[in-house]
Design a binder for this molecule. Structure first.
Ligand code: SF4
Ligand code: SF4
Ligand code: SF4
Length: 180
């Protein structure tokens, strides 16, 4: 009986883990299934994005690539989308938060604060650590999900995800984010 329950739980966990993570859409996007219903893949949001972080993803739908830069929340994409796939009533523009994984240089006792230097909202904190190298942590409440910290990280340790769709832990999960 115990074995059956354990196998059932394992199957459940496997099922959860393999659930697909929705692609990261532009800010102010409708929920994924509605987004793909409304978006005509016209590419207007991609063309006007002032930091060029919007790119064509699978099926021609726009996705965000933070390796190219950050979102300034300029609303260019929002104001040029004529289909309602991006909707000004959605606030905040997205719910993604930064997370820092074990590739962070501080985990190898290398001093680095590149991410914190770029974070305008001061969401990245370093707690003093006696006798060691302090590691960054994210204050989730202060993270806007702008992505500015992603491309400056020399060890590619930062990613952004929706806490409701966390990265697979086996793929280097973000250390999310203590909330106060
Ligand atoms: S708000 Fe501006 S910077 Fe951000 S994705 Fe839209 S167009 Fe690009
Ligand atoms: S402007 Fe709107 S409809 Fe056009 S690709 Fe962007 S989200 Fe889709
Ligand atoms: S995504 Fe933006 S606000 Fe959040 S930690 Fe990175 S730089 Fe700071």
């Amino acid at each position: 009986m115990t074995l059956a329950i354990d196998q059932g739980r394992r199957a459940l966990l496997r099922g959860r883990r393999s659930a697909p993570t929705p692609p990261l859409r532009p800010p102010w996007s409708l929920e994924e299934s509605l987004f793909t219903q409304h978006c005509t893949r016209c590419g207007d949001c991609i063309d006007v994005c002032e930091t060029a972080i919007l790119v064509k993803g699978d099926g021609g739908f726009p996705t965000v690539d933070f390796a190219r830069g950050e979102c300034t929340f300029c609303q260019g994409c929002l104001s040029h989308c004529e289909t309602g796939a991006l909707n000004a009533a959605i606030t905040p523009p997205w719910n993604i938060k930064a997370g820092i994984n074990a590739q962070c240089l501080t985990q190898q006792q290398v001093v680095c604060r590149s991410c914190a230097d770029l974070c305008e909202t001061r969401a990245i904190r370093f707690d003093p650590l006696a006798g060691g190298v302090a590691s960054p942590r994210i204050e989730a409440d202060q993270c806007t999900g702008c992505g500015a910290c992603v491309s400056v990280c020399p060890s590619h340790a930062i990613n952004l995800s929706n806490p409701e769709h966390p990265t697979d832990p086996d793929q280097g999960a973000p250390h999310h984010a203590r909330t106060r």
